[in-house]
Design a protein around this ligand. Structure first.
Ligand code: SF4
Ligand code: SF4
Length: 78
């Protein structure tokens, strides 16, 4: 199943668990820079960007403990 996501920067702690989970799953290393989601910090503000090679698996959201990144099933086209 593929997912779409909501991201609430007010809930985001900047912990990078999402990036760690993605990189562990896809490059077999805890290497946030290799993740297919990137969290950018600017002062107190955070921003989430998915890279083009994201497969929408939802694993990153499963590992967000702060409720900032939430997954929803993508609607299946009729
Ligand atoms: S949905 Fe999957 S591939 Fe995309 S950023 Fe999250 S863990 Fe990585
Ligand atoms: S989205 Fe969740 S897992 Fe990712 S940095 Fe923010 S709080 Fe951490």
């Amino acid at each position: 199943m593929k997912y779409k996501f909501t991201y609430d920067q007010k809930q985001c702690s900047g912990c990078l668990r999402c990036q760690l989970a993605c990189s562990r799953a896809y490059v077999k290393r805890f290497q946030p820079s290799s993740a297919r989601i990137q969290i950018f910090a600017s002062g107190e503000e955070y921003r989430a960007v998915f890279t083009e090679d994201c497969v929408k698996c939802g694993f990153c959201a499963d590992n967000c403990l702060f409720g900032a990144l939430v997954k929803f099933p993508e609607e299946v086209a009729a």
